[in-house]
Every structure is written in C-alpha cells, then in structure tokens.
Design a protein around this ligand. Structure first.
Ligand code: ADP
Length: 149
C-alpha cells in the first residue's frame, strides 16, 4: 500500500494545500496529513483547531487521515507505515529548502519525497498572507477549502 505523509503547519489549511492533496490522491492509496505541532512556533490556530478544520474538509474522503505530531516527519512516517512525503512547490523560493529537507529525510529515514507543482491559479496563496488578512478582519473564505456535502 502506498502511503504518503503531507506534512505542514497548515495555519490555516488553504486551497493551495488542498490542490496538492487533490493532485496526490491519484498517486497514493492513502494520504496522512500531518499537522506539525511546534511549541516554538506561534500559530494563529491551536493544533487541535487545525486538525479539526482539516478533518471536516475531508470527512467525505476515507483515503485521507489527519493527525497532529510533535516529532520528526520521518518518525510520523514510520508510525503510519508511509514511505513517501508529499510536498508542494509554489516557486523557486521553495525549491532549495525542499531539496535539503528531502535529502535529510532520505538519509535519516529512507523516505522518498514527492514534490508536486501547484495549480498556477493558487500558487500565490500562502497561510501567512491568509493570517494577515484575518488579522485585518478581511473575508478569506475564497482561500479556504469548504467541506464537501
Ligand atoms: P511548512 O511550515 O512546513 O512550510 P505549510 O503549511 O506552509 O508548512 O506548507 C505545507 C506544504 O504545502 C509545503 O510543501 C508547501 O510548499 C505547500 N504549499 C503551501 N501553500 C501552497 C500553495 N499555494 N500551493 C501549493 N503548495 C503549497
């Protein structure tokens, strides 16, 4: 069974993240969305809120599991029996960072990273910009995936 971890802060989970999940689903049997819990990183939403919001979005999709984790992504991968890490590439800015992390995860855990391009229509959307808009009380609903009926 091909299982991939899609790790991130997801503070909040955006339509850009959802695009990567959608593009990953045909490649894997199961995707485990790993919500990183980092006490040193101040987040707008608590880890429980982030996990809950993503679970609601994918309540209809049995091939997606959502978990919080506070250790290394390779440790989460081992627990979930995943051999792959899924990440999104928005632009060249992401590239070098992703390459270094991918090399680390391959060396430490033998985990292969699969990088997917995002749809150009959502490539500019980032959690940090959405957080900033929220802080100015702007409507961000267009940037957040809605749960399917
Ligand atoms: P992290 O703090 O680990 O970078 P993020 O929640 O910011 O976590 O992002 C998780 C993953 O989603 C990363 O691989 C990132 O490149 C990808 N991602 C974020 N926004 C987008 C977007 N608009 N389109 C495609 N991928 C994205």
């Amino acid at each position: 069974m091909k299982i991939a971890i899609f790790p991130g802060s997801f503070d909040p989970f955006t339509v850009g993240h959802a695009c990567i999940v959608e593009r990953g689903l045909p490649l894997f049997d199961r995707i485990v969305i790993g919500v990183g819990i980092n006490d040193n990183k101040r987040t707008l939403y608590s880890s429980a809120q982030r996990v809950e919001a993503i679970r609601r979005i994918y309540a209809h999709e049995p091939r997606i599991k959502v978990v919080g984790y506070d250790d290394l992504t390779i440790d989460l991968a081992r627990r979930e029996q995943a051999r792959f890490i899924l990440r999104g590439l928005r632009s060249v800015k992401d590239f070098e960072y992703e390459r270094d992390i991918a090399a680390m995860n391959e060396n430490l855990g033998g985990i292969e990273t699969v990088l997917l391009f995002t749809d150009p229509s959502v490539a500019h959307i980032s959690s940090s910009v959405v957080r900033e808009l929220i802080s100015f009380h702007k409507d961000v609903s267009a940037y957040l995936p809605q749960p399917k009926e």
